[in-house]
Design a protein around this ligand. Structure first.
Ligand SMILES: [Zn+2]
Ligand SMILES: [Zn+2]
Length: 109
C-alpha cells in the first residue's frame, strides 16, 4: 500500500525546482511515494529528469514545512534477472517500490 498523503507544491518551490532540474513543468501537487507509514517525513517525486542517478524530491512533514532535496536513486533491485528497480531514493524508510508490487501481486492471486 502506498502512502496516501498529497502535498501541494508551493509556487516558490516549483520555481526553485525548475531552476535546479531544467525541466519546465512541475506538478502542482505530489503524492508521497513511500509505502504506507505512520510517522516520519513524506517524499513526493518532483522530477527524475535529471539523470545521473538522482532525482528531485519534495520532502515534508508538517503542514508548514516542505523543502526540495536532491537524492540519489535507491540501488536495490528486486531479486532475479529481470528484477524491477526501486523508484525511491537511497536509504528510504519502509519498503522498496517493487516489494509493494510483489505484495499486491500476491494478494491478488
Ligand atoms: Zn508518506
Ligand atoms: Zn528502494
Amino acid at each position: 500500500m502506498r502512502c496516501a498523503r498529497w502535498r501541494r507544491v508551493a509556487l516558490e518551490l516549483a520555481g526553485e525546482a525548475r531552476e535546479k532540474s531544467a525541466v519546465t513543468y512541475i506538478d502542482r501537487a505530489v503524492r508521497c511515494q513511500l509505502s504506507a507509514h505512520d510517522e516520519g517525513e513524506h517524499f513526493g517525486l518532483l522530477t527524475d529528469a535529471d539523470a545521473y542517478g538522482t532525482a528531485l524530491w519534495l520532502r515534508w512533514r508538517g503542514p508548514d514545512e516542505a523543502e526540495l532535496v536532491v537524492l540519489p536513486d535507491c540501488p536495490v533491485a528486486a531479486p532475479g534477472p529481470d528484477g524491477d528497480g526501486c523508484r525511491l531514493f537511497v536509504d528510504h524508510t519502509a519498503q522498496h517500490t517493487w516489494e509493494d508490487a510483489l505484495e499486491e501481486a500476491t494478494c491478488a492471486s
